[in-house]
Design a protein around this ligand. Structure first.
Ligand SMILES: [Zn+2]
Length: 259
């Protein structure tokens, strides 16, 4: 099955980067300003695409698109309201250890989002720096603790998740599947899905600050070379991310001012 998914994070007022989600410059790179985000939504709402819940798979078709929001920053609640007003379903993937802490959603926010028809999923419990480096026991703890916490808050099974930092490995997916996850989002920029055990794995295209709203539309529709460009960049970065971690971190610090 092929399906396009878009990955957003927080939406913040100008100059208020740390109001929602993880603080710092590296995280801010992925936060859209409110006006920007509205322009994206405007383009997407008029695209002719249907923004549906991933749980509708395998009935998703070429006119379906998945909208995801990682980290569980406090802006999720207002994002959810804006999506509902446009008849779009969002997937909010939550760092559960942060629930109720400054800059992040509360348990009440999550229940309100769910009542609006949005899907709530896990983004791991603590958002480890490189989840793919954890051993089996630690991986199980990350997913199980997170899923349990959400299930307690929502009173229903939680079967959707996204991998923090895009650190995909087969063991990461298998552990998520053991915790009951059936739909898992990665950061691999592809429309191709694949199955690992009981889990269907979805790629996503990343949206970041200062990206023109036309790019969101192009990534959702696949109308120009933007998808291929993200795929190429991702695959060029992959060996750097895996093989030379200290260098990768140094480069990120230099470019993004990551602490
Ligand atoms: Zn994240």
């Amino acid at each position: 099955m092929n399906i396009a998914a878009l990955m957003y994070h927080d939406v913040v007022a100008p100059g208020r980067d740390d109001d929602s989600g993880f603080p710092g410059a590296a995280a801010a790179h992925y936060k859209l300003e409110t006006g920007e985000f509205f322009r994206h939504l405007g383009e997407l709402a008029n695209s002719g695409l249907r923004f549906v819940p991933v749980t509708a798979a395998p009935r998703l078709d070429a006119r379906s698109c998945l909208l995801t929001f990682d980290d569980g920053g406090a802006s999720a609640l207002s994002v959810g309201v804006e999506l509902s007003a446009r008849h779009m379903t969002g997937h909010f993937l939550i760092t559960t250890a942060r629930i109720g802490t400054p800059g992040f959603v509360s348990a009440d926010d999550l229940r309100a989002l769910r009542a609006e028809g949005h899907l709530i999923g896990s983004h791991s419990h603590t958002h480890p720096a490189e989840i793919s480096r954890l051993d089996t026991a630690a991986l199980d703890r990350e997913w199980r603790e997170s899923v349990d916490r959400l299930q307690q808050i929502l009173g229903e099974p939680v079967t959707v998740a996204s991998i923090p930092g895009g650190f995909y490995s087969r063991s990461v997916v298998q552990a998520a599947a053991r915790a009951g996850i059936r739909h898992l989002f990665t950061s691999e920029p592809t429309i191709r899905t694949h199955r690992v055990d009981d889990c269907l794995v979805f790629g996503r295209y990343t949206l970041w600050r200062d990206m023109p709203s036309a790019n969101a539309l192009a990534l959702a529709l696949g109308t120009d070379a933007l998808r291929q460009r993200q795929w190429l960049t991702w695959n060029l970065k992959k060996p750097l991310k895996r093989g030379a971690r200290p260098l990768y971190r140094l480069v990120r610090r230099r470019w993004l001012g990551e602490a």
